[in-house]
Design a protein around this ligand. Structure first.
Ligand code: PEP
Length: 257
């Protein structure tokens, strides 16, 4: 457990144009220190139109901030108007890509098959997928959050070999907690994150399960991140709204202080 480096990732969603992205990334670069990067991995998931600007900054200043996309096409090229492919993303040296974010599931009809195909597209192109899973309010009220979320996990990982699975990032994001200000309790987060790790051990083996980083996402802020990160099976946070405030995000990265 101690060997997993926490991954603190900011999901900008559809915010910040490429000029604003430069200003924001520079603020992060000024705020974060080598001490931070020794303790945690920091990533920003940016709009496609921001990626080239962010890459130029990160390359030029040798920033230790990792960056990634919020979605990826399941296909590597072809007649898929409007989509962005894995080869395009890896050419921009991005590290991560979110797959199956609840907003993609909700507004773009992404089902388990698509999420699985996108996770495979990420691996095929040398990108690490951050696979987002989690239950809605109705499922939570029915007390079915664990079986629901594990079914999403099973679907996302279908036919993904163990060597790839060991490097995946899973984000447990209860939909009722995303953008609502209603954060899960640390115990709620641990219940599902622990169940996810146990399922990974069943699907693969314990060593693989112990290697995978499991993030919590849903209204994470500087004020609540420490208690969530203290849970044994929570290895990071996927942060939406609070990641748009550079000072707040730096505080979240410094959750141990
Ligand atoms: C998210 O977009 O993944 C998220 C968790 O959003 P928020 O932090 O705003 O709830």
């Amino acid at each position: 457990e101690q060997s997993r480096t926490p991954l603190m990732a900011g999901n900008w969603k559809m915010n910040l144009n490429h000029l604003e992205a430069i200003a924001h990334t520079q603020k992060l670069a000024f705020g974060l220190t080598d001490k931070d990067f020794a303790a945690v991995e920091v990533a920003i998931l940016v709009p496609f139109t921001d990626m080239r600007s962010v890459q130029t900054l990160v390359d030029g200043d040798r920033l230790k901030i990792k960056y990634g996309a919020q979605d990826i096409s399941a296909h590597d090229s072809g007649a898929y108007t409007g989509e962005i492919s894995g080869p395009m993303l890896s050419k921009l040296k991005c590290s991560y890509v979110a797959v199956g974010h609840s907003e993609r599931r909700q507004y773009h009809g992404e089902d388990e098959e698509i999420v699985n195909a996108k996770a495979k597209a990420a691996f095929r192109n040398g990108l690490t997928p951050i696979v987002c899973i989690g239950e809605g309010l109705d499922v939570r009220k029915a007390g079915r959050q664990v079986p629901h979320t594990l079914a999403q996990l099973d679907g996302a990982l279908k036919d993904i070999p163990v060597a790839q699975a060991a490097t995946i990032v899973i984000a447990y994001e209860p939909v009722w907690a995303i953008g609502t200000g209603e954060v899960a309790t640390p115990e709620d987060a641990q219940e599902v994150c622990g169940a996810i790790r146990a399922r990974l051990a069943e699907l693969y083996d314990q060593e693989t399960a112990d290697a995978v980083r499991i993030q919590y996402g849903g209204s994470v802020k500087a004020g609540n991140v420490a208690a969530i990160m203290a849970q044994p099976d929570v290895d990071g946070a996927l942060v939406g709204g609070a990641a748009l405030d550079a000072d707040e995000f730096v505080k979240i990265v410094r959750f141990r202080d």
